[in-house]
Design a protein around this ligand. Structure first.
Ligand SMILES: C[S@@+](CC[C@H](N)C(=O)[O-])C[C@H]1O[C@@H](n2cnc3c(N)ncnc32)[C@H](O)[C@@H]1O
Length: 292
């Protein structure tokens, strides 16, 4: 669905991704499930089939979409509880949940989801830190009220409304250098490297292919006057780097990649995430080994 300002706001998810996420969620009959992002209602219908419609709560921020989903669900003969609202707050009046299935991308996990899930319960979500790729993660709620789990495969979803990543770069004095590093090594990095680089630097990255050159930019979320642009030209020995602001963002990204290499190039599934009331952190191999 296209919003009045021209941004796409909802889509049906790719069937393969939906089934991968349902496998990860592992819902059982009678589990109380909260879905974030009703969209067409398709996932809510599948969840209703798996656990029983009376146990499914599905939240959608867009009232028009929620109404459409309710019609689709009625036509399919299932009646889960669809609620219009910001999924970031969860749905305390229907808690506690055994499973939370998030079907929009997030870079920051709202603690409300952890609070509203039983100990031993599971949250699955597409984690998208704005750096090369999105990653599915499965978090289990621990008795101390925190949640932890490992990354498990690729997941690219539309971002949650309040967490959309908007590229914003302010002009400023630019410092020009050159790099011998091929920027494609960073923008096409394996998922483990992408996770490491985003956790170590907290930066965002994007790229755009033009006819005869590849533009890569790195930005510091929340500080529009800090960014870097790297211009790759095929067959060149080195490439232009324009850095604006007081942090050498490109160098930081390259150093993070080298750190990932020094760790022995761990794959995505060796990384995990812990969510506490005070925030979230990414770790390598075990929660006791946080990075970044
Ligand atoms: C990829 S679609 C979900 C697809 C859906 N699960 C299905 O089966 O068709 C993402 C949905 O999340 C919704 N959304 C975005 N931000 C949200 C928020 N803060 N709370 C609830 N829903 C949100 C969007 O409006 C969109 O419908």
């Amino acid at each position: 669905m296209r919003s009045p300002v021209g941004l796409y706001s909802s889509s049906n998810s790719a069937p393969g991704t939906v089934t991968d996420f349902l496998d990860l969620l592992n819902p059982q009959p009678g589990h109380r499930v909260l879905e974030i992002g009703t969209g067409t209602g398709w996932t809510a219908a599948l969840l209703s089939h798996l656990v029983g419609a009376q146990y499914v709560t599905s939240m959608e921020i867009d009232g028009a979409l929620a109404a459409l989903a309710e019609k689709n669900l009625r036509d399919a003969g299932v009646h889960p509880y669809v609620v219009v609202g910001d999924g970031a707050t969860g749905c305390p009046e229907r808690a506690p949940f055994d499973r939370v299935h998030v079907t929009c991308g997030v870079h920051t996990v709202p603690y409300a989801w952890v609070e509203q899930t039983r100990p031993g319960g599971v949250i699955v979500l597409p984690y998208d830190p704005g750096f090369v790729a999105g990653h599915a993660v499965r978090l289990t709620i621990r008795p101390d009220g925190t949640a932890a789990g490992r990354f498990d495969g690729f997941a690219e979803y539309m971002m949650m409304r309040s967490q959309r990543i908007v590229a914003c770069a302010e002009q400023g004095p630019s410092h020009e250098t050159r790099t011998r590093v091929d920027p494609r090594m960073i923008t096409q990095a394996p998922p483990g490297a992408a996770l490491a680089m985003s956790a170590l630097t907290g930066l965002h990255i994007g790229s755009h292919q033009e006819t005869d050159r590849l533009l890569t930019w790195v930005s510091d979320p929340g500080v529009p006057a800090r960014w870097a642009l790297i211009i790759y030209v095929p067959d060149a020995d080195d490439h232009e780097v324009h850095q604006v602001g007081d942090r050498p963002l490109w160098d930081e990204v390259v150093n993070a990649y080298l750190q990932w290499m020094a760790w022995g190039e761990p794959d995505r599934d060796r990384f995990g995430m812990t969510v506490t009331p005070n925030g979230q952190r990414i770790w390598l191999d075990a929660p006791q080994r946080p990075i970044g």
